[in-house]
Write a protein of this length. Structure first.
Length: 101
């Protein structure tokens, strides 16, 4: 019984912290959603740039293969990073979803 009471107090404290942080985020001007959208737009821009350079290389307009390969590697790395961040967000959501209040 004592353990459950401690868990309930702990969960209440966590929820209060989350609510406080949510209010602070609203007042700061930049939301998590805006930041996430900005970063995803950056990933998309790298993919588009990589595709454009690859098409130019295939057509013969771009002669620097190193530039094309570097752009492709950057696009791949940024996409893999975005996927890992998404996985961590899904894991965090699952943890919050399983949390008993």
């Amino acid at each position: 019984m004592n353990i459950n009471a401690s868990a309930n107090v702990s969960n209440t404290a966590v929820l209060n912290d989350v609510k406080t942080n949510a209010v602070n985020t609203e007042n700061s001007g930049t939301s998590f959603l805006d930041t996430l959208k900005e970063k995803l737009d950056g990933v998309n821009d790298k993919q588009i740039e990589s595709d454009d350079l690859t098409q130019k290389f295939i057509k013969g307009d771009e002669k620097d293969v190193q530039k094309v390969m570097l752009s492709t590697a950057e696009a791949k790395l940024s996409l893999e990073t975005a996927v890992q961040i998404r996985n961590k967000l899904v894991d965090a959501y699952d943890v919050f979803n399983r949390m008993q209040i």
